[in-house]
Design a binder for this molecule. Structure first.
Ligand code: LMR
Length: 394
């Protein structure tokens, strides 16, 4: 049996992680996988996470199963964080999932089960694993224009034109904030126009929100998701705590499904529970419990929000530093978009050949689509990167 297996294509982000690890050059710089690193190049355990874990170790009395949906207190806390008071709680079904990827996977399976003929519309480009999972599940999908290679902003007219081709019941996958991989985001006026189109055409939105707090602030980054949630009949939300709580390896995510009427919520909840049961039974609990502990304790929550805000401001200043160093070295404003983008990533908009030259000649690792992880930089590496970009002729 096993001899019949075919080799699988490597995930480009994970393949890059492996190449970086094997590179012996001491000056190498990792701007690949989306992991935050502080000025010392360390991905720290956040203070509030350490404290919540300490409390859990002391106070937890059992490791018995929790529930198929995870701890209801986790769902409540995450719904509060993402949606605030926007949607009546009795319209929302939710399950804990293994990371944001688990939520994306479960959402796609839900769509496949209930609307097998629907096409899932994804931005061009999007996080490569979106497309990979859709292919794996054999689902219909197509791309809508999103990134404008000239301006490095959103090609909003192209996006709207493409989405106007979607048929009723199709699903539109949107990034709630901090678009991955481009860093280019819609403004709220544009989000409103998208909402109007969704409603006019009877399209179902799905929002992937994995970077809340990394862009313009915790509340600001939730604003688009809340706008959509308050304006459409149905919505799927895949949320992740990997980045904003720094609990990457704990696999802490959530899938929310908002029904038009509260009397549909019990069946929706049952379907989410069923999906969990089929795929892995009970979702992981440790990260979810840490997050719940933080979000439900005023002091811990304030400390977490403060540390997250420091992280966000640090990334913004790296963006500004890189844009201004590039401006100085290149004598042009063509890299100004780096300071406008938000979140962990920016897409430089150059060719895979140029990206490969940065790796081969300078030991700088970024994804072949020219996505760079801003949070992988620090004050020391910003000028090194800027010099390499200009020397390479990007
Ligand atoms: C990324 O985009 O780098 C992260 O979301 C990590 C991953 O799983 O790809």
């Amino acid at each position: 049996m096993l001899t019949k297996l075919k080799a699988q294509p490597a995930d480009k982000i994970l393949a890059l992680m492996a190449m970086y690890r094997e590179d012996p050059r001491p000056t190498k710089i990792d701007l690949g996988v989306g992991v935050y690193k502080n000025a010392e190049g360390v991905t720290p355990v956040m203070r509030a996470v350490k404290e919540a874990e300490r409390r859990l170790v002391e106070e937890q009395t059992t490791k018995a199963y929790v529930a198929l949906a995870g701890d209801p207190a986790y769902s409540d806390a995450m719904i509060g964080l993402v949606l605030g008071e926007t949607v009546a709680r009795d319209r929302i079904a939710a399950v804990a999932t293994p990371g944001g990827t688990g939520a994306v996977r479960q959402a796609f399976e839900l769509i496949k089960n209930t609307s097998p003929d629907a096409t899932v519309w994804v931005s061009n480009p999007t996080w490569p694993n979106h497309v990979s999972i859709l292919n794996y599940l054999g689902m219909n999908h197509t791309a809508y224009r999103y990134f404008d290679g000239e301006t490095r902003g959103v090609d909003f007219d192209g996006m709207m034109e493409d989405l106007s081709e979607a048929k009723a019941g199709d699903v539109v996958l949107l990034h709630g904030c901090c678009h991955n991989p481009t860093g280019a985001n819609l403004n709220l006026t544009q989000w409103q126009a998208v909402v109007d189109l969704l409603n006019e055409k009877g399209l179902v939105p799905m929002i992937d929100i994995a970077y809340q707090g990394f862009g313009d602030g915790l509340e600001e980054d939730a604003a688009a998701t809340r706008l959509v949630a308050s304006s459409v009949p149905e919505l799927l939300i895949a949320g992740s705590c990997s980045k904003n709580f720094g609990v990457y390896r704990e696999r802490t995510g959530i899938l929310m499904a908002i029904s038009e009427q509260a009397d549909n919520t019990a069946v929706t909840q049952g379907n989410l529970n069923h999906l969990n049961r089929q795929n892995y039974s009970f979702p992981p609990d440790h990260g979810a419990r840490v997050v719940t502990t933080i979000l439900t304790d005023d002091a811990l929550r304030a400390d977490w929000a403060a540390e997250l805000e420091e992280t966000r401001l640090g990334m913004l200043s790296l963006r500004e530093g890189l844009a201004s160093e590039l401006q100085r070295l290149s004598g042009s404003d063509r890299f100004g978009f780096l300071a406008q983008h938000r979140g962990m990533f920016s897409q430089l908009g150059t060719t895979p050949d140029m990206v490969e030259r940065l790796r081969a000649e300078h030991g700088i690792y970024m994804v072949s689509d020219s996505r760079l992880n801003i949070a992988g930089l620090n004050a020391h590496t910003v000028p090194i990167l800027a010099k390499a970009i200009v020397e390479t002729g990007i």
